[in-house]
Ligand binder design. Structure first.
Ligand code: SF4
Length: 365
């Protein structure tokens, strides 16, 4: 039976900002970002990480530019990077200028710690002269104290006011090539701040829950914030801030967009029931092994492994390849048709064989 194709809220219309070869906003697909954890001065180490991030789905990568050595590193990294590089700037205006000199595709400025209007305007002027956009990246953890005072604490209004104040300074020098972020580690605060900002500007929004923490809690926290906004049509680029290998951030970002139907699936979409007392096979063992083996093939297939006849036939029939288990065996479905009954011990093998056959012969709808 055909399933209804449900779509999310219509995406907010944002102006387009070009970050090197990637357009953020406009009608461009929502992009995935991550940030390196290496010292930027370590050119080889940083490039290795950038390539791993790109392979995992990152389309824009940010590197810190916190010293002249880091800026010198950027100069060597940028021409060898597979994705546009954004320099992350805090405290020091000269680091923003050095990053521009090095040829970065964009800057991220933190209005909380780069506070002198003349310095901010100088960076905007230089960025404008080079056609380099700036992300105004407000963070609840480093909110400009004047705004916290004016709005009675670290509130969504205070964060948005700080972001808009920075934009006003940019406008004074005719610079408007801007994206925004208003991140907080508190998910509800972050959601409120982005909702407010989305009503006030038409610039692209970079979504993130800052300092979301280690896995798995960090994934849940970040997803709660980012996915809520995306479902409302808010957001043009996303970053998971995890206390983990940044490859996990890139992977999570990509998977979230795919699972919301906002990006085309590049890899495996694996569906498995959680198992319960009704299960007629060891679902966890079969599904875990099947997922591991199928991921090696790197095919954009939807595969389902289901433990009994409650939801099993329904899910298995809808997937490209599916197993709906009965006692110690299961029906193997290919594109909605039962093609075989396979014993539990052969399930993983059968799924892999069918995926390989699809790889060589294609799949009939
Ligand atoms: Fe339990 Fe069957 Fe549902 Fe799996 S499909 S969780 S075994 S009821």
């Amino acid at each position: 039976m055909a399933r209804e194709q449900v779509t999310l809220a219509k995406r907010r219309v944002a102006r387009a900002v070009r970050v090197g070869k990637v357009t953020v906003g406009g009608d461009s697909p929502i992009s995935v970002q991550s940030m390196t954890t290496t010292k930027t001065a370590d050119v080889e180490g940083t490039l290795v990480q950038i390539y791993s991030l790109a392979a995992a789905g990152a389309e824009i990568v940010r590197c810190t530019c916190n010293s002249q050595d880091a800026a010198d590193g950027l100069r060597q990294i940028i021409p060898r990077s597979p994705v546009p590089i954004v320099a992350d700037i805090h405290f020091h205006v000269e680091m923003a200028l050095a990053a521009l000199e090095a040829g970065v595709a964009a800057l991220r400025l933190n209005p909380g710690n780069l506070r002198k209007p003349e310095e901010i305007k100088l960076v905007a002027r230089e960025a404008g002269a080079r056609g380099v956009p700036i992300r105004i990246g407000v963070n609840a953890g480093s909110l400009h104290p004047d705004f916290a005072k004016r709005y009675g604490g670290i509130t969504a209004e205070a964060m948005v006011a700080s972001a808009l104040h920075e934009l006003e300074l940019f406008h004074e020098v005719g610079f408007d090539d801007v994206a925004f972020s208003v991140k907080a580690s508190n998910v509800a605060l972050m959601i409120a701040a982005y909702r407010l900002l989305a009503e006030r500007v038409d610039h692209p929004l970079h979504l993130g829950v800052t300092e979301a923490g280690p896995l798995p809690g960090g994934l849940i926290k970040a997803t709660a914030g980012i996915a809520t906004l995306l479902a409302e049509g808010i957001g043009d680029t996303i970053r998971y801030s995890l206390t983990a290998d940044p490859v996990e951030e890139a992977r999570a970002g990509r998977q979230l967009l795919e699972s919301l139907g906002l990006r085309e699936r590049k890899g495996l979409d694996f569906i498995a029931c959680p198992s319960c007392g009704r299960a007629e096979i060891d679902v966890v063992a079969v599904a875990t092994e099947a997922q591991r083996e199928l991921e090696k093939l790197g095919l954009p297939l939807q595969v389902a492994v289901m433990g009994c006849n409650v939801n099993g036939p329904g899910e298995a029939r809808e997937a490209d390849i599916g197993i709906a288990a009965g006692k110690g065996k299961g029906h193997l479905f290919i594109k909605g048709k039962i093609v075989e009954v396979v014993p539990e011990a052969r399930m993983v093998e059968a799924l892999v064989e069918e995926a390989q056959a699809i790889m060589s012969e294609g799949i009939e709808a």
